[in-house]
Design a binder for this molecule. Structure first.
Ligand SMILES: [Zn+2]
Length: 415
């Protein structure tokens, strides 16, 4: 099972000074900052997924890339731009989510293949159009005509894409995008893509689906799946179901969730092999909007807030696992929560985090270097490193997956 990490230009600065919370004055962002595969000893993913709409921008606005980053990606190619180590693959797609509101995809097959070839991607997904809806009971005739049309557009563009790849002997490995609104429509899409010659097929539009719905679709796909076809789940982790996914022909997936939970989730910020923990929230006084408003309104004294912030950092950094250090850290965190007017207290969850101290047993290079700093929810440098750590945990968890059942050898030989 391979894991691809969707790029969103998430890098960290290796010279960041955690004690002072300062960047080096000599830092040159693009040259010095590092990707997850550069700061962890082992790349935590098998590949990166880069969406055209993130690079080039889309109808929804400009992308995540500055004009100069975009120019460098095109000039250097994806391997050199990302400084990808051997064995880490690159997969391109259109980022269909960004134009999901349009009637038809605003990008042509030609532009898409030019993007993949221009940047030197190993593989690229055909242009697709997401169906935002799932109704396993809807037949091809009774379904919302807009959903049916989106599936047909996706298939038409997939046919055009593989034809162009073949005609031009493109080095890009074509990955067919399958859309559907239920088991039968997904299975039909996959069957048609196989007929077009695709050996890799990406299943789109499944992000909002319940695991049960994904499984019923995979079951239906299984009926027509050729043993040589690899399935990719776009945007899905669901680690607890990964072995079942693998048994049903899924060989790769991509997801940002392990990374983003480090700073987007209310609780599951720090992953470990046996569970998730809340990170210790010590926001910067000038980086916390609620606190800033309270200070401006005169309800909180700035000096008082800064004093508590510092005491909090000191108490957490002095944490050594002892009962006394735990009490001190929790007291300081509690006092700063009051100042920050945090709506609900995290103290109970913090006690659990400190009790487990999962960074002390994590083998990843970031935990070894940073210690408890990585468990502090504060600013992009700590939060992204914790996200990278979470990726390394996901990668180790994936190594524990049992090897998948051998695929049924060719169906054609048994009758
Ligand atoms: Zn770690």
């Amino acid at each position: 099972m391979k894991f691809y990490f969707p790029d969103s230009q998430d890098l960290v600065s290796p010279t960041y000074d955690f004690a002072r919370d300062e960047y080096s004055p000599l830092r040159v962002r693009q040259r010095d900052d590092r990707y997850a595969h550069e700061v962890l000893e082992t790349p935590p993913y098998h590949g990166i997924l880069v969406s055209k709409s993130i690079v080039d921008g889309s109808i929804m606005g400009s992308g995540k890339y500055t004009a100069s980053q975009r120019a460098r990606l095109y000039r250097l190619g994806v391997d050199r731009f990302f400084r990808l180590p051997d064995g880490v693959e690159s997969l391109g797609d259109n980022g269909a989510f960004n134009y999901a509101d349009e009637l038809v995809p605003p990008v042509s097959v030609r532009e898409t293949l030019d993007f993949y070839e221009g940047c030197g991607f190993d593989a690229g997904v055909s242009v697709d159009h997401i169906i935002f809806g799932y109704d396993s009971a809807a037949s091809f005739e009774s379904v919302d005509p807009a959903w049916a049309e989106r599936r047909l557009i996706t298939l038409r563009l997939a046919a055009e894409f593989i034809e162009m790849v073949n005609d031009e002997k493109s080095p890009v490995v074509p990955v067919g995008a399958a859309q559907g609104w239920g088991p039968a429509s997904y299975a039909d899409s996959v069957a048609q893509l196989q007929k077009m010659g695709y050996q890799r097929i990406a299943l789109g539009g499944m992000v909002p689906l319940k695991t049960k719905e994904i499984l019923e679709s995979l079951d239906a796909i299984q009926e027509i799946l050729e043993p040589t076809t690899d399935l990719h789940l776009l945007g899905i982790t669901r680690f607890e179901s990964m072995e079942t996914f693998a048994d049903l022909g899924v060989t790769s997936f991509d997801s940002t969730s392990a990374f983003r939970q480090s700073f987007m989730d209310d609780r599951k910020n720090f992953h470990s092999m046996d569970g998730e923990y809340v990170a210790l929230r010590i926001p910067q006084v000038d980086g916390n909007p609620t606190l800033k408003r309270a200070i401006l309104a005169g309800r909180v004294s700035q000096a008082e807030a800064v004093k508590h912030e510092r005491e909090c950092l000191a108490a957490v950094r002095a944490f050594d696992g002892s009962a006394k250090a735990t009490t001190n850290a929790l007291a300081a965190l509690g006092a700063y929560e009051q100042i920050c007017q945090t709506k609900k207290s995290y103290l109970e969850a913090y006690a659990r985090t400190l009790d487990a101290a999962p960074w002390t047993t994590c083998p990843c290079s970031l935990c070894r270097e940073l210690g408890i700093e990585i468990a502090i929810f504060r600013g992009t440098e700590r939060n992204k490193r914790r996200g990278f750590h979470n990726l390394s945990v996901l990668s180790r968890k994936m190594e524990t997956l049992q090897p998948r059942k051998p695929k049924v050898m060719s169906r054609s030989t048994d009758g």
